[in-house]
Design a protein around this ligand. Structure first.
Ligand SMILES: Cc1cc2nc3c(=O)[nH]c(=O)nc-3n(C[C@H](O)[C@H](O)[C@H](O)COP(=O)(O)O)c2cc1C
Length: 205
């Protein structure tokens, strides 16, 4: 089992981070959670439920819930072992702070630490349209070693619900971390007739 840190910032799409968090926890991994101040506010606005309630449901203990203002948290240090850090969704503001190296809160710090330690860092930006500054920030971060995974779920699996779209994106993020999951069916050749990918071969592979 691995140890992962999932950060939720104030971009739209808090459900992506929440789904990754709950899937990792359900899979028996050690999960640390960190909401920026705006991440918590947007989570409440989008889901009608506060961050604490989501973390209770995912079974994240208080000792693994981190305060974005607390730069002395254990996860702020490179000596704290993590197998991966995810920021989903990642606001343009957080993206810019990390790209510039001028971080001000714990989300920025844990991203900087992942990059300096050469550990997996998955950023899930969500904004449209993107300014040239946003694009340059993403390019800088990709050069520095981050995985940039825009919150853009595919439709080739013929999703019937919003949940399936969220699972698709969460599954892609877990794939990038090398974490096994069964959140979504994998593309297994073009489906025929009414079948959806995965349907014609039984269980998703
Ligand atoms: C309802 C709502 C939706 C937002 N959606 C986005 C978004 O999709 N992308 C983005 O970059 N910022 C978005 N913002 C703005 C960010 O919350 C704002 O830039 C904030 O400073 C981000 O801070 P953080 O990165 O520390 O969480 C949104 C704000 C609100 C209130």
């Amino acid at each position: 089992m691995g140890s992962y840190l999932v950060c939720v910032t104030g971009a739209s799409g808090s459900v992506y981070g929440l789904r990754v968090l709950s899937a990792l926890s359900a899979g028996g991994h050690e999960v640390h959670a960190l909401f920026s101040a705006w991440g918590a506010r947007v989570t409440l606005a989008e889901t009608g439920e506060g961050a604490a309630s989501w973390l209770d449901r995912a079974g994240i203990p208080a000792s693994r819930r981190h305060d974005p203002a607390d730069l002395s948290a254990a996860v702020a240090s490179g000596s704290f072992h993590l197998d991966g850090t995810v920021v989903a969704p990642c606001s343009m503001s957080t993206l810019g702070a990390v790209a510039s190296g001028a971080g001000a809160n714990l989300v920025h710090r844990v991203c900087a630490v992942a990059l300096k330690e050469g550990r997996p860092l998955v950023l899930v930006p969500r904004e449209t349209p993107l300014s040239l500054i946003d694009l340059r920030n993403m390019s800088s971060l990709a050069e520095a070693g981050a995985s940039i995974m825009p919150a853009s779920p595919g439709f080739y699996h013929r999703p019937a619900t919003v949940d399936e779209l969220v699972d698709f994106m969460a599954g892609k993020i877990l794939d990038r971390l090398g974490v096994a999951h069964s959140l979504c069916a994998r593309w297994d050749g073009a489906p025929t007739g009414d079948a959806r990918p995965g349907d014609h071969h039984g269980e998703p592979s």
